[in-house]
Design a binder for this molecule. Structure first.
Ligand code: Q9C
Ligand code: ZN
Length: 360
């Protein structure tokens, strides 16, 4: 299986995040992607490669161009303003329920105002290398998509930063550009017909859902922690099913704390049944491993063998898969869990060492 990764992710090292009133160390750290890269590099079933540059045309189609422009300019503009903090992060957001501000306000000039205008939370700092890393993650995703368009049955993009929380006009949740959504745009443009999205991250993919909310040709299925309980709080409920041409093309399964392997795999089967027949052969997988029982910021109870079984079941649908990395914060076990998911998706046994003939 081709594995696309870029060392440019190392330039994005958020120094902190603010969540539930706690200023704390960032969870979305460089060591995450390095854990995955190391695990895959040690397994001959995977061939690591660098991404090809793809430019920003598709990102500008999926996202509001002002967001892309802001992300590109934010750090230099912040530096030029004379501010010198470790990272640029929003503290003030537009509030659309204000009766006197129902029309969209203009984008302010101040960098601190601009960042609130284009984001929705306080967990996604912009640092000196954030834009370069976000662009590289997009190139990673698009290069994996190219492999599938060229005939590979499955390809994996080791995206960092992740993407599924980024909406058309907003970044947040450690995500800046929506890698999965831009890949879907690429596949649609290549004439691949209806593209399925299977979002397996612990958190609801609010950005991806929003981008395809009114699209009937991009069915979106997600299983995730119930937003009544967990981030991103404001989307992911079961009664969100799409609108307009997209009516019925969104399928959310909010799940309880402690969801274990059996319950998760049952919900996964429901998502796969729902997706079957709604796409024309290619499914983009937003692969979050923050469903892991030991994940430090999430509350599911999955164990390592479930990841191999999940990958196996997704691939057994016969869909061709563009698999993109999203979350997963238990760094020590992250690489192994991803490796096993991908081995399952490749139709390989869990353990390379035990069955040396399986590689390739
Ligand atoms: N202490 C992704 O998994 N912060 N984003 C929660 C809990 C927001 C998750 C912190 C979680 C964002 C891609
Ligand atoms: Zn997540």
């Amino acid at each position: 299986m081709r594995v696309v990764h870029s060392p440019l992710h190392l330039l994005h090292e958020p120094p902190f995040e603010v969540f539930s009133g706690h200023p704390g160390p960032a969870w979305e750290v460089t060591a995450r992607a390095e854990s995955i890269r190391a695990a895959l590099a040690a397994d001959p079933a995977f061939a690591l490669e660098l991404p090809a540059e793809h430019g920003l045309e598709l990102a500008l189609a999926v996202h509001e161009p002002g967001l892309v422009r802001f992300l590109a300019e934010a750090w230099p503009a912040w530096q030029a303003s004379g501010e010198r903090p470790a990272a640029l992060m929003a503290d003030t957001f537009p509030y659309p329920r204000s009766r006197s501000a129902r029309r969209r306000p203009p984008e302010p000039r101040a960098p601190g105002g601009r960042v609130g205008y284009w984001s929705f939370d306080t967990t996604s700092p912009i640092t000196a290398g954030t834009w370069i890393a976000a662009r590289a993650a997009l190139d990673v995703a698009l290069t994996a998509a190219d492999a599938v368009l060229a005939g590979d049955v499955v390809a994996y993009g080791l995206c960092r930063p992740p993407g599924h929380h980024a909406g058309r006009s907003t970044f947040g949740g450690y995500c800046y550009l929506n890698n999965a959504a831009v890949v879907v745009a690429r596949l649609l443009g290549a004439g691949a017909g209806r593209i399925g999205i299977l979002d397996l991250d612990f958190h609801h993919g609010n950005g991806t859902q929003e981008i395809f909310w009114e699209r009937g040709d991009v069915p979106y299925a997600s299983l995730h922690g119930d937003p009544h309980r967990v981030y991103p709080y404001f989307s992911g409920h079961a009664d969100e099913t799409g609108e307009g041409a997209g009516a019925g093309a969104t399928f959310n399964q909010p799940l309880p704390a402690g969801t274990d392997d059996t319950a998760y795999l049952t919900a996964l089967d429901r998502s796969l049944d729902w997706l079957a027949g709604r796409h024309d052969g290619i499914v983009v997988v937003s692969l979050g491993i923050d469903t892991y029982g030991l994940d430090p910021i999430c509350d599911f109870a999955l164990t390592t063998p479930a990841y191999h079984e999940a990958g196996r079941r997704v691939a057994a649908t016969g869909a061709r898969l563009v698999i993109l990395q999203e979350g997963g914060y238990h760094v020590a076990h992250l690489g192994e869990n991803v490796r096993l998911w991908l081995r399952g998706a490749a139709g390989l046994t869990p353990d390379a060492a035990a069955r040396p003939g399986d590689g390739g």
